[in-house]
Design a protein around this ligand. Structure first.
Ligand code: ARG
Length: 586
């Protein structure tokens, strides 16, 4: 074996080659399906022999034996290979192979280089966060931002070119009422102090006035028509509202470490929807219905009756028209392989209809059909199992949520490290607080709802950010105490062969990082990486309790410090890929 990054993939390839060499029936169709095994069965298991043999009426065990015999000698040197049960092939890495992998994967760049084959030559648009302007970000905006950022980082690490696009809702009908109120009820002092609060107040004022009197409703509508017609005064107000909104959003993004490459909101596509109407009507996909332009999908059980509306009766564009224009723009401008829409699962009908429409339209117009995927997520619930709100039933603002997270993290940090200067405890709390909120979200299967529970998420116990950050801080402190540093070649060079059960168990977990990454990227589900990191930190604890690191024997000390260094590297890399910041003391 060559200590390649993903050992399971290497074994998979070796079995494929062996299949041809051994003259296996239909060797070209053989899929070895090598994956990490339950620790009792070694490190990796090939599950594919059984099915392949059965389907061709071959004896699975005999087939497995033939394959194993055809594997190159180097592989037999690197791992113990056993045939188990009816025809599984189990691989157990020998200590030298484990050590070779650990030595080779010494920096984040080397890990990245190993991972960067999966998405080579692909460009992915990640459409995430995407809030509507003129409102503050609230808890309903948390998941898209946090999950989207993690997915963007995971894809980039896997070698893709990633375009982070904030598809902000900056062109809604809300602007009619807002501009109406802005012109009449603006409080300049409040605007200077907290503009988004003021815009929200104005919007509510406009909304109530319009509800109360049809005359106001008409005036608000007229403001919207003026805006859409390019009226200079209304455009200036609109621009100001959007600028202020974006600046406020950026303050939240900064705390999550989010930087968008582009923020092409709905308004950007204003002048691009005409082409959509023309093309979709032209190829017969879109038809007029009650004055609106709609797309039916006759083969679909629901969308044959509920069409996708792409132009409203009053001629205005809507969510679907801009989304169609966006798909075309991304294909033409970014040459995107595909786009990932990190959006609440309640919008799944919209995306299903949108994607169906785009696929037919692209195919009919002879364009390569992009890969479009709705990366959905569930709702954040309160401890009463209902969507999380404040006591008075309002949406919880993200800035308040993050402030509370930091306060609670400060209490946690002060509880254990009261001897640290307050400024340092505050700095740690900022990382632990925000990280806990991110991690609590990411560690759940994104498609499920989850209960937001402060005490569980800001805790040193369980699968939490604080637990992992503490593990990282502890490894840093081991190095400090031994006056050593990670990647000291003199120390690591002296490392002798891994021996104790705890050393071997930790090494076996470390080499599986690529598989956790693969699963998380393949399914676009960061929780697989979270679970891996949590288990890795557990293995590290077991190792640290069982085996003393600071021993005199240079060989033993070297290999144990090597294990510490690689655990640190993978925990730090993993948390960074999830979007968290890490620390060296806690
Ligand atoms: N602004 C939308 C909302 O708040 C989300 C946009 C998602 N992205 C998209 N291309 N439709 O619900």
């Amino acid at each position: 074996m060559h200590a390649s990054f993903n050992l399971a993939a290497e074994l998979d390839a070796a079995l494929m080659a062996a299949a041809s060499a051994a003259g296996l029936v239909d060797a070209a169709e053989f899929a070895p399906d090598v994956r990490p095994a339950d620790a009792r069965h070694g490190d990796y298991q090939a599950n594919g022999v059984l099915g392949h043999a059965k389907a061709r009426k071959l004896n699975p065990r005999a087939t497995a034996e033939k394959l194993v015999a055809a594997l190159p000698a180097g592989l037999h040197d690197a791992c113990a290979i056993m045939i188990a049960g009816p025809g599984f092939v189990n691989f157990t890495l020998k200590p030298a192979a484990l050590l070779a992998w650990l030595r080779a994967h010494d920096t984040e760049d080397h890990l990245r280089a190993g991972a960067a084959s999966a998405k080579h030559n692909q460009t992915w648009i990640v459409d995430y966060s995407s809030p509507n302007t003129a409102k503050q970000m609230h808890v309903g905006h948390l998941r898209s931002a946090v999950i989207g950022e993690a997915i963007a980082r995971l894809l980039a690490f896997s070698g893709a070119r990633v375009v982070r696009d904030n598809h902000i809702g900056d062109w809604g009908t809300q602007f009619g009422k807002l501009i109406w109120a802005y012109k009449r009820h603006l409080d300049a002092g409040a605007l200077a102090q907290d503009p988004l609060e003021e815009f929200e107040r104005l919007y509510k004022a406009g909304h109530h006035a319009a509800e109360a009197g049809p005359a106001v409703m008409d005036e608000a509508r007229a403001e919207l028509v003026k805006l859409q017609g390019g009226d200079a005064e209304n455009l200036a107000i609109w621009r100001k509202i959007n600028d202020v909104s974006l600046a406020a959003f950026q303050q939240i993004y900064d705390r999550f470490g989010i930087r968008f490459d582009v923020a092409l909101g709905e308004s950007f596509y204003n002048d691009k929807v005409g082409q959509i109407y023309r093309e979709l009507s032209g190829c017969g996909l879109a038809v007029e219905s009650d004055g609106a332009l709609v797309v039916f999908h006759p083969e679909h059980p629901r969308f044959k009756q509920q069409p996708l509306m792409i132009r409203k009766r009053d001629g205005a564009a809507n969510y679907a028209s801009t989304d169609l224009a966006t798909i075309l723009y991304r294909a033409e401008h970014f040459h995107a392989t595909g786009a990932l829409y990190v959006v609440d699962k309640r919008q799944s009908d919209h995306f299903e209809q949108l994607f169906l429409t785009a696929q037919k339209w692209f195919a009919q117009s002879g364009r390569p059909v992009p890969q479009l995927q709705h990366v959905d997520f569930g709702t954040i619930l309160g401890e009463d199992n209902r969507p999380l709100k404040t006591r008075s039933g309002e949406n919880i603002k993200l800035k308040d949520l993050l402030a509370e997270a930091e306060e609670r993290a400060f209490a946690l940090v002060s509880g254990r490290s009261l001897d640290f200067p307050e400024a340092e405890r505050r700095a740690i709390a900022a990382i632990v607080g925000v990280g806990s909120v991110q991690y609590a979200d990411l560690s759940q299967n994104r498609s499920s709802d989850y209960v937001f529970a402060w005490d569980k998420m800001i805790s040193l116990e369980g699968n939490t950010a604080a637990y992992l950050l503490y593990a990282i801080a502890r490894i840093h402190s081991i190095f400090r105490k031994l006056a050593a540093r990670p990647n000291d070649l003199a120390i690591e060079g002296a490392a002798s062969a891994l021996e104790t059960p705890a050393e071997l168990a930790l090494a076996r977990k470390l080499v599986k990082f690529p598989n956790a990454l693969d699963t998380a990227v393949g399914q676009l589900r960061p929780h697989f990486l979270c679970l891996y990191l949590y288990e890795l930190a557990g293995e590290f604890s077991a190792f640290y309790n069982a085996d003393k690191v600071g021993v005199d024997d240079a060989g033993i000390r070297g290999r144990r410090l090597l294990l510490c260094a690689r655990t640190l590297l993978i925990l730090e890399t993993g948390l960074r890929l999830l979007g968290l910041r890490t620390l060296t003391r806690m």
